[in-house]
Design a protein. Structure first.
Length: 379
């Protein structure tokens, strides 16, 4: 019964994986590189997991069977490169990215003496008793370490991405940070399930328990793929990205000459900035970026970045939103705006996300826009 459930679940996973691979590799998009990595990931994912379906019907040559298992070492590097290509619009293929083939090559090297360079009988024996051999156990440990390493690397890249968004953009909801963060959380869950399954291979002897763990993992994978399908259906314009030329404030302040120039004229520039913000209200533009505001002020991008993020000790995202919230508060208190909905006010002051507006408003006032409006009328 276990194998039938595993086989049926695998069929669904294969179908969805191949469908997703076809979709992301053929869909028209400006971010073709990211889609290429994701499409190849789905293809490799489908090939790797297909064993739970075809093993009952056909027997592949042992070398192909082992290679099918080893190509899983491409999946984590592909997801990492997909993340980079999704974040940065000017992502380009570089020779250094070939280093991401090392996990696969190390795996091949590990099995070469007693498998790839061995006779047929030795190959058959090793494949049949894979989980109990030294190669099999080392492979499991190495695979978990590789997956964990790339997972941590992706979280680090995503943290840097968030910092750049907050320092350079007034609305991060237009970008794919939330999608990528959710993706990493789900991958972490999958890693946890995989870790327990692989750990049982070391210490467990009950094949039924192992098959149950396999079924649980395939169900989690099925849910993961279904989630991606739904995301692509509901958010077809999800994948926007930023330029790698953006530098975090930490990187800018290291350039002492820039900091010196800004600090020298900081007081005048800050006064000029606040006068401009109050008079011209550039924050009403939902797509306002640090670069746009710098152009309007006639200041270099880096100068304005240091001015806001360093001298004022605020992220650009928070700096702009404080003006938007103040504008929203005035509109909520104005009796002439009684017919305006909170959502209309949200858009009018420059927000394009309800969750971002409510979070920023409550952070500033301690209450929601609705509660603020009710309290003001009572008072």
């Amino acid at each position: 019964m276990d194998f039938s459930i595993l086989g049926i679940t695998t069929i669904f996973i294969l179908f969805i994986s191949l469908l997703l691979a076809l979709f992301v590799l053929t869909v028209k998009t400006s971010n073709k590189r990211a889609n290429t990595f994701l499409g190849i990931y789905f293809l490799i994912f489908a090939i790797h997991i297909s064993v739970f379906f075809y093993s009952k019907y056909i027997t592949l040559p042992v070398v192909l069977e082992m290679l099918r298992d080893h190509i899983a070492f491409f999946t984590s590097p592909l997801l990492f490169l997909y993340l980079l290509a999704s974040i940065y619009s000017d992502f380009r293929y570089k020779p250094k990215y070939l280093l991401h083939t090392l996990p696969f090559l190390i795996q091949i090297l590990l099995f070469s003496p007693r498998f790839y360079f061995a006779d047929q009988n030795t190959r058959d024996f090793l494949l049949k008793n894979l989980n109990t051999t030294i190669e099999g156990k080392l492979s499991i440990i190495f695979g978990l370490l590789v997956a964990f390493f790339y997972l941590v690397a992706m979280f680090i890249e995503l943290k840097k991405y968030k910092q750049l968004l907050l320092e350079n953009y007034s609305n991060k909801s237009a970008f794919n940070y939330k999608w990528l963060y959710q993706l990493l959380i789900i991958l972490s869950i999958i890693f946890s399930f995989s870790f327990f399954k692989q750990a049982y291979k070391f210490y467990g002897t009950n094949i039924e328990i192992l098959n149950t763990l396999r079924i649980m993992l395939t169900l989690v994978l099925l849910g993961f793929l279904t989630w991606i399908v739904l995301k692509s259906m509901y958010y077809p314009n999800l994948f926007r990205n930023i330029n790698t030329k953006h530098i975090s404030i930490k990187g800018i302040v290291k350039e002492n000459n820039i900091v010196h120039i800004v600090n020298k004229n900081a007081k005048d520039d800050i006064n000029r900035l606040f006068i401009f913000m109050k008079k011209e209200e550039p924050y009403l533009d939902a797509t306002l970026t640090l670069q746009k505001l710098a152009e309007q002020l006639g200041l270099p991008n880096r100068t304005l970045s240091v001015l806001i993020n360093h001298n004022l000790n605020q992220r650009f995202f928070d700096f702009i939103n404080q003006f938007r919230i103040e504008k929203a508060k005035k509109m909520l208190l104005n009796s002439n705006n009684a017919k305006l909905t909170i959502q209309q006010i949200m858009y009018d002051v420059g927000f394009n996300s309800k969750s971002s507006f409510y979070t920023a408003f409550k952070k500033e006032t301690g209450v929601t826009p609705s509660e603020y409006k009710k309290r003001s009328h009572i008072e």
